[in-house]
Design a protein around this ligand. Structure first.
Ligand code: PLP
Length: 394
């Protein structure tokens, strides 16, 4: 009988498959690198978040190995009980320095930071106002809150202002949350204006800088540095899983924020701390980002070249201000075909289709890596041009 109880598992999967919305997992054989092996084929990687190619940096690998020798492979506990290691504190101290903040707190993932902290910052009698295209981990964090919820139009500061005026005086606290960089389009939220408008209305600001860390601003310090508004965003959240090449979420801001966050976030209190090699690799990532500017320079050099060439060929590359470049092709089937043909040519880039983006805005999403050579980019660009012509996108 248990089979009948679980029949929905198969039925729901079949529905996804019929709609073409099921995930088909690709397998990396070996490391995540600018060149790698995916499902048995050597490809140029154009869809990882490994912006600075730190996943393979010798200093990070060495730090992780050393930490295994000195601290073992696991932390043994959650941090409030017996899993708070010197390495975790060292990482938070370095991170706060990097972000030019008073303090920082590390979570197991960025998802855990959003899901654990947002519902504590706003509760009953409060209001959370989100950009309509915010990341799923923000959406889940907001759903876990008892606060009232609203959205403003994507990156539209006038609309944000309109909603803030409407709700003025009606709530105890107002929290304005936005991605810093939106991962589907690569566009940057206008946080200089968002912070200003929010502050005029007494609202708290919260940025999810997952795609800005290591990429935007001086030395990759993130979106606040990019807009020269350091200290003006109340809560900065980010991740070590993208440009920093490891894994782990964080928040940075005041010492009050840090203490509040770790006393209140259940995802922090009730989930084990980072294994020593992870914490050590994150520390090394911050060192590398501070001391080896060539990675960031290469990332932006590659980004400028790749975007310029795609535009010259006539592709619609949207409104990105970052190393994420969408190649917008129209219908979902075209994007799916294009991705398959690119793979045949040795270029790995995945389609993003409805319902992740509008039906007629399906795209191949590309992400640059500091480790791509100009020969890699030329190979990838030639494949895009050839396939774009074949599919009548160009
Ligand atoms: C990737 C991502 C996260 C999740 O970060 P993890 O550390 O991988 O859990 C959160 N927010 C945004 C905007 C992201 O792109």
């Amino acid at each position: 009988m248990s089979q009948e109880k679980l029949a929905f598992l198969r039925e729901e999967y079949m529905n996804l498959e019929a709609a073409g919305l099921n995930w088909k997992l690709r397998t990396l054989q070996g490391n995540s690198a600018p060149h790698c092996v995916v499902d048995g084929k050597r490809v140029i990687m154009l869809c990882s978040n490994n912006y600075l190619n730190l996943t393979n940096h010798p200093k990070l690998k060495e730090a992780a190995k050393r930490a295994i020798d000195t601290h073992g492979v696991g932390s043994g506990s959650v941090r409030p009980i017996a899993g708070n290691m010197d390495l975790h504190l060292e990482l938070e101290k370095k991170l706060a320095e990097f972000k030019h903040a008073e303090a920082a707190l590390v979570y197991s993932t960025g998802f855990a930071a959003n899901a654990g902290l947002i519902p504590q910052l706003a509760g009953e009698g409060d209001f959370i106002l989100s950009d309509e295209l915010n990341h799923g981990s923000i959406i889940d964090g907001v759903r876990l809150s008892r606060a009232e919820k609203g959205i403003y139009k994507h990156c539209d500061v006038r609309d944000l202002e309109r909603v803030l005026s409407e709700i003025r005086g009606k709530y105890r606290r107002i929290l304005v949350i936005s991605d810093g960089v939106f991962s589907m389009d690569g566009d940057i939220a206008p946080f200089d204006e968002i912070a200003k408008v929010a502050s005029e209305h007494g609202a708290i600001t919260y940025v999810d800088d997952a795609h800005g860390d290591g990429v935007l601003g001086e030395n990759g310090r993130g979106i606040a540095s990019h807009f020269r508004i350091e200290g003006k965003i109340d809560v900065e959240m980010g991740t070590f899983s993208k440009a920093f090449g490891v894994v782990g979420g964080y928040v940075s801001g005041s010492e009050d924020l840090r203490r509040f966050a770790f006393n209140k976030s259940r995802t922090w209190l009730l989930s084990a701390s980072h294994p020593p090699p992870v914490a050590a690799a994150c520390i090394a990532a911050l060192d590398v980002v501070e001391n080896e500017p060539t990675h960031l320079e290469n990332l932006w050099k590659n980004t400028r070249y790749f975007k310029k060439e795609l535009k010259r060929m006539g592709f619609d590359v949207g409104n990105s201000g970052t190393p994420i470049t969408p190649v917008i092709v129209g219908e979902s089937v075209i994007a799916q075909q294009m991705s398959a043909m690119l793979y045949d040519e040795g270029v790995f880039a995945l389609p993003i289709v409805f319902p992740m983006v509008a039906r007629d805005r399906a795209r191949i999403r590309t992400i640059m890596n500091a480790g791509h050579t100009s020969a890699d980019l030329d190979t990838a660009l030639a494949a895009f041009e050839k396939i774009g012509c074949k599919l009548n996108v160009l």
